[in-house]
Structure formats: C-alpha cells, structure tokens
Design a protein around this ligand. Structure first.
Ligand SMILES: [Zn+2]
Length: 443
C-alpha cells in the first residue's frame, strides 16, 4: 500500500449522520490521502487525481468508521483469566494490586501491544488507556499504529502518589500531540475512593496548566456510593463537580449508580460517561441508566474496561450487551436501538475523547476505517445493514483496518507489528506475574 493514499470501493458505508441517526450509503467509493478522507460518493464523481490511487475491493463489504473504545487498562491483558468471579473490591485488593506490584515496563509494553492486536481485530481504531509504565504503553501504541488517549492512573491511598503525578505530567509533555495528534494524553485521578480531595486538587492544578483532559472512574459500585456518602456526604458525581474536576473535560468510566440529580449534572457539566456493560455485569456492579442519561442530553460512549474485567476486548459484544441490558432491565424491546448503539461506539466515543474529526466516514475526517466482510452466513440476508453491524457481526468479519490513513490490518493480517510475538510475550509474562505474586504472598 503506497503512503500516498488509497480508495475503497465499498458495497455499503455505514456512518453517523448529523441528526442523531445513522446513514447507509450503497455502492460508494471512499478515497483517502494522507491521514484524512478526501472523498465519499459514487465512483463516477471521484475527482481525477484520486482515480489512480491504489484500489481496495470491498464491493461485498461494509465500511464503517473505526470503533472508539473509551475505557481500557490495556496491559491488563496480562491478567486475563487470573482473577474471575470476585466482587470489585476483593478483586482489586486480593488479586489485581498484588500482581500489579510485580509489573515491569517491558511487561506493560507487551501487554499493551497484545491489547492493540485484540482491539484492531475487533474494529477498534482508537482507545482511552489508564495504567502505569505509560511510557512503555505509549511506545506500544505508537508501534501498533492505533490512535489513543493515554493516562497514568493516579492512586493516592498508597505511597508514591507524588511520583505518579510527576510521571503523568511527564507523559503529557513527552507524548501529547504525537504524530499529528494520533496520541494524546489525559491526567487520571483513578477514583474518589483512591484519591483524597487534596491530591485531586493537585492533579487539577496540573491539568489546568497543561490544558489536559481528565480520565477517571465514577459511580461504579454501591460500595463506592456508600463510602463516599459516609465520608463526604456526596454522590461521586456531586463530588466531581464540587472538587472542581469539571473545570476540565472529564471522561468518567462506568457511571452505573446515579440519582436523577447526578444525571442532570453529567449533562450540565458535559461529563462524558464511558459505559462498560460487560465489566459491569461480570463484576456485578449494576446496570447504568443509559437511556435516561441520553434522554437528558448526557454524552454516553462505550468502553471495554481492561481485559481482566471484561475478558475480551470485543466491541461487537460490548455493543450487544449495551443494547440487551437496557432492553431487559426496562422490559422494553425498543430501548437503545441499533443506530443509537452504533453512534455510541463511534462518533460519541470520539467526542468523549475530544476528537473533533473522528468517528464518521466523511470528507475531512481522519481515515480511521474498517472493512467488514459481509459474506458470512450470519450476515445474510441484508435487510438492515445497521442491524447487521450492531447485532450480527463478529470479530472474524473485520477484514481490513486503516488508522490515521495507514494500513494496520490487511486481509486479516496485522501489518504494523509481529502479532504472534505479542501473544507469546503476553502469555509468558502474564504467567510470570502470577508466579511472583504467589511467591510474595507465601513468603
Ligand atoms: Zn477501569
């Protein structure tokens, strides 16, 4: 594939429109030069200079904007299947934190690269990541070709919080805006239950100075709600407003347990909620009031959370879970229909990460594009292409992926890095982490 550009001749293009819906175009050509889409329309109208671009045949395929995964702890691929079937606090305190104490930067590099492979194969082209050894994570993201908003997770109930904040600031200074804004950086006070107010104010002062956005966790479990109520007499959303976090753009993972007032505050202060339906089910956190949030005008996007809590960085499963959860808890089959879920997975995710030109297949937008092979039996017949993408498509249908105008997956092969090695390293290093945690617990 030349770096000059390419054109995709697509059977269908599915893209969010300007009126809260989703548009389906049939038999169109998408032309890309540099990092951006230059043309979307009938082949006959393709401007002359774009006609000679290398041609990708997707006449039996569906072109969609890449999915935007608004919450991940990418290197937690290393801990997949290590700590299942436990409630959040025991999961963190007994399993995750003791194992993470043995992590190295190289572990995070390979764990992140494995997460990139898994995400790309699921049609995800951009993600928000919160973890540590983030310089190593950034190197992996850079090598993978993915778009990402990175952040150093800040926990201030254990020693080293000041050093962590310094690392978060250094990450911003080193990586924010990298490769024409393919990589951006946020500051990430982990959650109200791990960050005292004084510390959050220090983080906020840095965020103001750097003009950095905030990535955090809010209102994930009832335990968190009770604890905050006892200690500060506030809900997590009230707390975020009162401590001043909302002075910067806030991306809040989970937002499961909300009062009517909380939902109003989310909309008023433009807090973007990252809904993580599989993690919330598996950790028995609860069901986020997605329909009410959207009705009140709050921005709700989709996220996987880390591979240790969701076990599979699979956006098709997340989209379906999001839809099914709203339908079954509201006993209303019309709740959160496929086009709304598709928007949450694409353009709403892009807005949540502060990308003005991502999440649509449209001229001038970044060329973060996915071709779904629509030839499999589960994609027939094609009465409703949006429904097929949201309710029927599988990760195996993801045939090609471009990010920032560059090929990342071609004919189901990752072309930016050695995927086999990433898998092997992830396997080996994950087992070593568990051994070290067990040895430390036994000593
Ligand atoms: Zn999380």
């Amino acid at each position: 594939m030349s770096t000059a550009g390419f054109r995709i001749d697509a059977g269908w293009v599915v893209t969010p429109d300007d009126d809260g819906g989703v548009q389906v175009l049939t038999g169109v050509t998408v032309a890309v030069r540099g990092t951006r889409i230059e043309y979307v329309g009938p082949e006959a109208g393709l401007p002359e200079p774009l006609r000679s671009l290398e041609r990708v045949d997707a006449r039996d395929g569906i072109v969609i904007p890449g999915f935007v995964n608004t919450h991940n702890h990418a290197a937690m691929t290393l801990l997949r299947s290590y700590a299942d079937d436990l409630p959040l606090m025991r999961w963190l305190q007994e399993k995750i934190w003791p194992a993470e104490a043995h992590l190295t930067g190289e572990d995070v590099y390979w764990g992140t690269l494995a997460a990139c492979a898994e995400q790309i194969r699921s049609g995800i082209t951009a993600f928000a990541d919160m973890y540590f050894f983030m310089d190593d994570a950034a190197r992996a993201v850079d090598a993978s070709g993915m778009r990402a908003q990175l952040s150093r997770g800040l926990v201030a109930v254990t020693p080293g919080a000041d050093r962590a904040l310094r690392e978060g600031v250094e990450l911003f200074e080193r990586w924010h805006g990298h490769d024409d804004d393919r990589i951006t950086v946020a500051l990430a006070p982990h959650a109200p239950y791990t960050c005292p107010d004084d510390f959050v104010r220090e983080v906020l002062a840095e965020a103001r100075r750097l003009e950095a956005p905030i990535h955090t966790h809010l209102a994930e479990t009832l335990d968190e709600i009770r604890q905050l109520e006892e200690q500060r007499g506030l809900t997590p959303i009230q707390w975020a407003v009162q401590v001043g976090l909302v002075e910067r753009p806030v991306l809040a993972a989970h937002c499961v347990h909300l009062t009517a007032e909380d939902i109003g505050l989310l909309a008023e202060h433009r807090i973007a909620a990252s809904h993580n339906p599989i993690s919330n089910q598996k950790l028995a956190s609860g069901v986020a009031p997605v329909v009410q949030m959207r009705q009140r005008g709050a921005l709700v996007a989709l996220g996987t959370d880390g591979a240790c809590s969701t076990n599979h960085l699979n956006f098709f499963e997340e989209m379906r879970s999001a839809a099914w959860l709203q339908k079954v808890t509201r006993m209303d089959a019309s709740a959160l229909p496929a086009p709304e879920v598709f928007r949450m997975a694409t353009v709403d995710g892009a807005r949540a990460l502060g990308y003005p030109d991502v999440g649509r297949v449209r001229e001038g937008y970044r060329a973060d594009l996915v071709v779904l092979d629509a030839s499999a039996v589960h994609m027939a017949p094609r009465h409703d292409v949006v429904s097929l993408v949201v309710y029927s498509a599988q990760t195996a249908d993801v045939r090609d992926v471009w990010i920032h105008g560059r090929p990342v997956l071609r004919d189901r092969q990752i072309v930016t890095f050695d995927e086999r090695r990433a898998v092997e390293e992830c396997r080996r290093r994950g087992l070593r982490l568990a051994e070290r945690a067990a040895a430390a617990a036994g000593s």
